[in-house]
Structure formats: structure tokens, C-alpha cells
Design a protein. Sequence first.
Length: 384
Amino acid sequence: MEKALQGVKVLDFTRVLAGPFCTMMLADMGADVVKIERPNVGDDSRAFGPFVKNESAYFMCLNRNKKSIALDLKDEKDMEICKKLISKADVVVENFRPGTMEKLGLGYDELKKSYPKIIYAAVSGYGHTGPYSKRPAYDSIIQAMSGLMSITGQPEGYPTRVGASIADIIAGMYTAFGVLVALYYRQVTGIGQKVDVAMLDAVFSVLENAVTRYFVTGEVPERIGNRHPSIAPFTLYKTKDSFIMIAVGNDRLWETFCGVIGRADLLSDSRFTTNMDRSNNWKLLDYILEDVIKERTTEEWMKILEEAGIPSAPINSIDKVVKDPQLISREMIVKTMHTAVGEFLVPGVPVKLSKTPGRVEKAAPILDEHREEILSTWLGYNRG
């Protein structure tokens, strides 16, 4: 079965997370992704644990479906190979600090002279323009800078980093989106372009409610823990044995919710009639509901709320979520066969296409694993 990006050639100069996440998405959908790595060292993340038979599980998780070739870009012969590969590529992706590729003579302004159809995607902390463009950045730095940490965590606690490296991941997704948009435009016009994605821009763009509330009210949003700033009840509750997340998103659900928890009397309380009323009186509402929810176990509440159609969920630990029947049925846990490690599990492809589905077909490469194949298939060199 064909894949949506079959035939698209991507030269991947990225390392660690934001860039590799982008190229992983492209590879999952069929793009031929060749990863350019430093000899003897490779992608920085090859040194990140945990390790399986001396191979980085971190690296393996983010680089499936790709091929690896080691090139020293300061070596004349290797640079010649690199430039020949670029001449065959549809897309170049990099996530160096702005200016790095330019110093190598591989920046977009230089490449477009010879290859006007090239799509050049760059993801960095602050982007290729603006006063901060040359600043170094990591995920936690951007989470802090973007405002995300200021609204994450308990009110009485410290600003809190989101558990996953969400700044890197969102930026990687936006970069993949930018590449696809540029590919479509090139298909129509025959013209390539540069895709410039900043992690700071990416995270800021998804703050939605916080930014909108500030523009409308002038009030600076603060940390509010697990509750929603404008919907109630929409938060975490302690049950008899653990915790449960409950989200009553509208007045119709509120009516149903009150019935199934045995508190129909709340429907006649004017302090809770509408969502706005409940949001304005959320402290009192939570105090009342906490006494109700703690009387049953999470499993008991899940059964009651699911049957009533009330959005709810237990707080799954990772060992539980990887066994969840919904994720398994959606093929979100996939086995790969790694050259050095053997069987290795990775997350599956979350975008399900009916005609050209993406697939995880190959494990991440060992360093320089595909040198001969790349030189043969891309450049026509004889194997041997």
C-alpha cells in the first residue's frame, strides 16, 4: 500500500528532539528520510539514557523509519557527498542555532540559488529573526519564557514544567506542518521556500485561553492547578481509593451529573444554575462535590459516569496506559526489530489515514547503518 509522502526525499540534519520529531512524522507517512550524523558520535541523543545493549532508547523512540549516514561536514570529501545529497532532496530539515548552516555554506539563501525548488525547514528556540534569534534554548527554557510554566502547577506551589518536552514536540509538529504546506505550494507553483519555526512562537500559539483572557480582561492568568479557568466542575477529585478527573462541559451534562451522583438538589441552587454561575462559585462547588466523590472508588465512579456519558478518567500511570485496550486497538504500541537491540516497542502513528496510512516499518538506525544504500539509491554509487 502506498504512503502519502512516498517519493519525497528528506535530508535530516536534526538532532535531539524538535527536529527529529518533525522528520519522524514525515518518515512515518512514507518520506525517504536520510539522517546526516557526525562520525563516531551521531545525534546527541544517542548518548541519552536509558540504554538497551548500549543503544539509546531515547534515540530509538524518535528516529524510526529513518536511514543514517555519518558525514564530517568539515571534511572536503564528506561535504561533497552532502551537497550531492542535497541536490537530490526535496526537503532539508535542520535545528541548529541560527547561523550554523550558513557558516557551512548550507543555509537557505545559498541553497536556493542552485536549488530553487528546495524546501528548507529550520526549527530553533527563537526563530531565524528577531532580537533573541541567536540565543541557545532547551525545552524547559522555552516553557518558562513562553508563559506556559506561569499557568502550570498548584496555586500555592512553584511554576511547573509540563511533564513531557512539549515545547520541542509542538515545534516539531509545526515544522512538519510547514513542510507539508510548502510541498503543496511547490506542487502548484514549482517554487520552494524556507520554513522557519521557533519553539517560543509554537508554545505561545497554543496558550489559547490564557492569552485570550488577558487580552479581554487585562488580568494576568495564574496557576489554578487542575481546574479549568472558565468551566466548572472541570477538575480532579479524590475518590475513596485514588483520584478521578471529571469534566462537566455544559449545562446539559450538569443536569445529568447531578442526577447520577445523587445530588439533584444542586439543580435548584441558583449559585450553580449555569456554567458561569458554577465557575464564579467553583470553590463552594468543589467543597460540596469533594464530599460526594470521596464516598466511592475510582472504578465505581468510572462505571457510573461512563454509563451516564459524563467525561471522566482515572489518573493512569505509564504502566497502565501502555496496556490500555483503546490504545492497543488503535495500534499505538508497535513492535520494531532493531539491528543491535532486537525487538523494541515504540509509540505508533496517531494520524490514521484511510487510503494511505502511515506505518512504523523500521526501527531507528545504528550510526552510519545505511551508508552504502544511501550512496547507491540517492547518488547512484556502486555498492562495494
